[in-house]
Design a protein around this ligand. Structure first.
Ligand code: NAD
Length: 719
């Protein structure tokens, strides 16, 4: 693409829109009015008053020529009268794309008044534009428009800006440039996918503008059944329909409401009706132009209409480009579950144009990174590291790096292709692509479609899957921290904040398609770039999910490490007086200090620590009976009760979780009546004489013990 010339009346938003375009296209921004002022060293009104309009126009023509010769092209906002001179019109026609921002004079005037008010509010002196200085500004604007409109309309694109935000106008300009093939090219990357009859997946920056050429290579009949959604329709279809017609095709268009709710039986039937009414034939192709919703739905229509018609996937969202459009899974949702109805159906071509991501809303772009991180986690440590190195750039998407984007998307496609070539129908290895999806799908189902975007739900699902793997001792803590940090750096959620209950999620995981003989098969990471498929102990899964969806855990997920285990610490009689009680023996550390230290260390180890203190034997026993079932481990300092409380001993004996007894002083070095513990016999361990450190040691020991137990249990399950 050469230059982009923005033309139109004063007040049409050329400068604001130009500055937004700069964020999306790697080109400098120039404003001819500002360049004239800089060249003449004075303001436009003073140039007019001192030298007259002709002098100004000469100057304007010179700066326009200079701006247009910017190496690599520029985005150039032009003065409202630039079109008056034929030489300027010729130059703009030859050296770039002319985009006319159409605005009616009344709206232009409103905008000029708003600009003036904003300038006054800033303390600036607003400039009166020389040609708008008469008593009736509206009449002046109308006169200018009627004199210039024929010249403005010579533009390559005429765009009404009425009632549109500057962001929206910029989005429409980008879509026009992309859809008409005007972007600077980056060499396309093609991966031939050897499934079925084989087909190409092409990553081509600006390739949407070449859709006609790509379709021509497939030797399809002229009628093309283009299915898209309402958002894409408004942005892209005018340019695409034109380019398909130019390539000799007869495009027919079906547009559905954007959003997950359209992946329904009702919408599918509507597409069948449309095809039947137009007598669509078996050799005629359906082109799915849009995100994963359009791809899945139109893909399923293509798979089933007349028992299968040619399908071309033209994914326009990041998620669809790296995942949904690749591999032939098509389908719709059932009220009881996502994607429950569908078919494997391979397309004849996938054309992914990463430039379309320039118009994708930020949230939808961000969700797509979840699937890219997924590929890194399951298959490619190098891709993962590349994402880490570029996370800020990718998240921010200002001046997006075209080549890097193409390479990343092509890499994901190649990774997915390598899996589906081995296992098209998910009989084995393909299941690893579902990493993070068991809980992700469950969350999407129970929260209602559209509440959580697919990628957002998968991001949380990956956090949970990794936590289960970590608790089972399958993956190092450092790796799960890297995963969480990368997801967060890309703007994805890593903690849940909403009303869904853990029990609902647990029930929903059972409906997921990856349930094998009533046991969920989890995709468990072992390190970055490596996963295995395994069933996992139900109690471990339950605990991880319960903790993740409990309000208490949320802050921990966002910050340090995933909290999974629950450890109860029980302090017996007199421990509430720590700090003042016999400091020579017990030290000056208070009970509150000890509890805080335990909490902090617990967070580092992945354990939620809950403490209680009672001066009564019955109080401790009641607490044990009420809470021991939820605990993975118990630390108890029974105080003097240890020497005689058979009742406490019996209560501890009934507990399933491991118990460690702690005494701050060395009871064996003290009075003989302190040497005997009736409790010790029912505990796994006994730590004495280390002061408050004894508690921390007990906590570390318990966490190790429990993790070892979980790991052994998992290994047994695997065999
Ligand atoms: N078939 C598979 O293998 C597979 C894999 C992963 C996900 N999926 C499915 O994909 C769907 C999610 O895909 P999605 O995130 O693309 O959702 P989507 O299709 O709803 O697209 C997201 C939003 O972005 C808009 N949009 C898309 N491209 C745009 C563009 N270039 N410019 C402006 N707006 C644009 C859409 O109109 C929509 O509003 C889910 O239904 C999921 O189940 C399928």
């Amino acid at each position: 693409m050469r230059n982009i010339f923005l033309t139109g009346l004063s007040g049409s938003g050329k400068t604001t829109v130009g500055r937004i375009l700069v964020q999306r296209l790697n080109k400098p921004f120039l404003d001819t009015d500002a360049l004239v002022e800089a060249a003449c060293g004075t303001s436009i009104p003073s140039i007019f008053s001192r030298h007259g309009e002709d002098y100004f126009r000469d100057c304007e023509t010179r700066v326009l020529a200079r701006a247009a010769s910017t190496v690599g092209g520029a985005i150039i906002a032009t003065g409202g009268g630039i079109v008056v001179r034929p030489a300027n019109r010729v130059l703009m026609k030859e050296q770039g794309e002319r985009i006319y921002l159409q605005v009616d004079p009344a709206t232009a005037l409103e905008r000029l008044h708003a600009q003036r008010a904003a300038a006054l509010a800033r303390g600036d002196t607003p400039e009166i534009r020389p040609l708008l200085s008469g008593p009736d500004l509206l009449a002046s604007l109308k006169a200018l428009l009627s004199a210039r409109s024929a010249w403005y309309e010579e533009a390559d694109f005429n765009l009404s800006i009425q009632d549109k935000s500057a962001e929206r106008v910029a989005q429409e300009i980008l879509a026009m440039l992309i859809g008409s093939g005007k972007l600077d090219a980056v060499p396309p990357i093609t991966r031939h996918i050897r499934v079925g009859e084989g087909y190409d997946a092409v990553v081509d920056w600006g390739g949407l503008g070449r859709l006609g050429q790509y379709l021509a290579q497939l030797r399809l009949p002229p009628r093309i059944f283009l299915v898209t959604d309402s958002n894409i329709h408004d942005l892209y279809t005018p340019a695409i329909l034109q380019s398909l017609s130019r390539a000799g095709f007869e495009p027919l268009l079906y547009s559905l409401s954007a959003g997950e709710a359209s992946k329904s039986q009702h919408q599918l039937n509507a597409i069948y009706d449309w095809l039947v009414e137009r007598h669509a034939e078996r050799r005629e192709a359906i082109v799915a132009l849009g995100g994963g919703v359009v791809g899945d739905l139109a893909g399923y229509a293509a798979a089933t209409y007349l028992r299968g018609v040619p399908l071309v996937q033209v994914p326009t969202s990041l998620l669809a480009q790296v995942d949904a459009a690749i591999g032939g899974k098509t389908g719709i949702n059932h009220p009881r579950g996502k994607n429950l109805i569908g078919a494997f159906y391979q397309p004849r071509l996938v054309l992914a144009d990463p430039a379309t991501l320039l118009t994708l809303p930020a949230r939808e772009r961000t969700e797509g990174w979840a699937e890219v991180v997924k590929y890194g986690m399951i298959l490619d440590a190098e891709l993962f590291a590349q994402l880490e190195a570029n996370a800020d750039l990718l998240r921010d998407f200002t001046r997006p790096p075209a080549e890097l984007l193409c390479r990343l998307i092509a890499r994901c496609i190649a990774l997915k292709a390598s899996i589906i070539e081995e296992d098209e129908r998910e009989q084995g290895r393909r299941a690893i692509l579902n990493y993070g999806h068991t809980v992700g799908h469950a969350l999407e189902n129970v929260a209602g479609y559209g509440q959580w975007l697919h990628g957002e739900a998968v991001s949380l699902g990956m956090i949970i899957a990794a936590a289960i793997a970590q608790q089972a001792g399958m993956i190092a803590e450092a790796d799960i921290i890297r995963q969480r940090q990368l997801l967060a750096a890309l703007g994805l959620p890593t903690a849940y904040d909403g009303p869904v209950q853990a029990s609902t999620i647990l029930a929903a995981t059972q409906v997921d398609k990856k349930v094998a003989s009533k046991q969920v098969r989890w995709i468990m990471p072992q390190s970055i770039g490596e996963v295995i498929v395994s069933t996992m102990p139900g109690d471990l899964v339950e605990r991880v999910i319960s903790t993740f969806f409990s309000p208490a855990a949320r802050s921990f997920y966002g910050e340090t490490i995933v909290i999974m285990l629950k450890i109860i610490v029980m302090h017996g009689p007199n421990l509430n007086t720590l700090g003042t009680r016999e400091p020579a023996i017990y030290g000056t550390t208070t009970l509150a200090d000890i509890n805080a230290m335990l909490q902090k260390r617990g967070a580092q180890l992945g354990a939620a620590v809950e403490s209680c203190q009672s001066n009564y034997e019955g109080g401790l026993i009641d607490y044990l009976q009420q809470h021991a079932n939820e605990a993975d481990g118990i630390i108890i300092n029974p105080g003097a009760l240890t020497h005689y409380s058979i009742a406490l001993r019996d209560a501890l004996a009934a507990v399933k979780a491991p118990v460690i007894e702690v005494h701050m002083s060395n009871i064996y070095a003290r009075e003989p009546f302190r040497h005997h513990s009736v409790v010790a016999a029912v505990c796994q361990g006994h730590i004495v004489g280390l002061g408050w450190r004894g508690y921390l040691l007990a906590l570390e020991g318990l966490v190790n013990l429990v993790q070892e137990h979980i790991h052994t249990h998992t290994e047994e399950e695997k065999q």
